[in-house]
Write a protein that binds this ligand. Sequence first.
Ligand code: 5GP
Length: 114
Amino acid sequence: MTDTIFGKIARGEIEADLVYEDEDVVAFRDLNPQAPTHLLVIPRKSIRTLSEAGAEDAELLGKLLLVAAKVAEQAGIAKGGYRTVINCNAGAGQTVFHLHLHVLGGRALQWPPG
Ligand code: 5GP
């Protein structure tokens, strides 16, 4: 099991601006937001990256998406539109190796992403 800053946030060992938590999932504001609303949704379980999730994580992965939709709604960006992103491994821009889902909204988002 690898430890990361997000593992520490999940265990409450370091502070984050939490917007949601339950027994499996924590959501908090990104420290360096790329949009007016930029939230991160993480499992408490340490999974390094999406490609290392297994069949046993299917329910947890579904829950991450449902929590993303819930926090987007709570943040008031659901109607206007938001984007969910999972960067998987360094070539895609992943810098923190604890699985996390970005929720971005509050501005027009371009497609395709860079
Ligand atoms: P990645 O590039 O791995 O997909 O996303 C990592 C995200 O974590 C980045 O958007 C970065 O701004 C955010 N981040 C890095 N360290 C911290 C931290 O200590 N606290 C919070 N809230 N966000 C962080």
